[in-house]
Write a new protein. Structure first.
Length: 237
């Protein structure tokens, strides 16, 4: 088994994050520091440690959906003591779960957490083009010509975005327009920056779906375990 998969299957982090740990020299096999990506692990005989802690792949995985509130960081811990999404999860049983991808500090809604590194990799890698659906509130109506520009896919960070799906849901009070926006990549503040490119500001943003998995009526700041059907959907999406 490859070392990054071994680390991910142990519930430490995703495979992509495991590669970073390896490059930083924080991983050892049989007391030897490993920095080469692609290193193989003998599951039966090798001893692997991350930051001095011995790890081992798990058999049973944990899959959680959290309705992330605004003002929480999508990280396992913060060295400045700020609130993270883990503060909303009961960890008395010692689960070492981590968030799949991220939602911005001021964005709320559906966030998945797991100790399944392979699933985290599948859902976050841009090549898999997993649809993520958001509700965005914009101040003032957006001209159809500007929406057409966004729907073609704009350029961010020197790369062309996959064309998003955007549709008007309703007009609310205070001249706020509610749009449903579906994206397929998830670059940093992608939806905010999309609308900023046409001179509009996102007043509110909430993720309501990943693939066919929807947030539903889950209360803000609470979580639930995924059903077997939902887990199967995510693994085959």
């Amino acid at each position: 088994m490859r070392l990054n998969k071994y680390i991910a299957d142990s519930g430490v982090c995703s495979r992509r994050q495991a590669d970073a740990l390896i490059k930083e020299g924080r991983v050892k096999i049989n007391s030897k520091v490993i920095t080469e990506l692609g290193t193989e692990v003998n599951e039966a005989n090798d001893s692997v440690t991350v930051d001095g802690n011995k790890i081992k792949p798990k058999n049973k995985r944990t899959y959680i959906m959290l309705n992330k509130p605004k003002g929480a960081l999508c990280t396992v811990k913060d060295d400045r003591g700020r609130k993270t999404v883990m503060d909303f999860i009961d960890s008395k049983d010692g689960r070492r779960i981590f968030p799949i991808g991220r939602l911005d500090y001021d964005t709320e809604g559906l966030l998945l957490l797991t100790d399944d590194g392979d699933l985290a990799y599948r859902l976050t890698h841009p090549s898999h083009e997993i649809p993520k659906v958001y509700v965005a509130k914009i101040k003032g109506e957006v001209p159809e010509a500007d929406l057409a520009t966004l729907r073609k896919g704009i350029e961010l960070d020197g790369a062309q975005l996959q064309p998003p799906r955007i549709k008007l849901l309703k007009k609310e009070e205070d001249d706020l327009m509610r749009y449903e926006v579906t994206i397929f990549e998830g670059k940093n503040r992608e939806i905010h920056r999309m609308f900023e490119s046409i001179g509009k500001e996102v007043e509110f943003l909430k993720r309501v779906a990943v693939g066919d998995l929807r947030l539903g009526g889950l209360a803000r700041g609470t979580y639930r375990y995924l059903t077997e059907k939902e887990i199967k959907h995510l693994k085959t999406i």
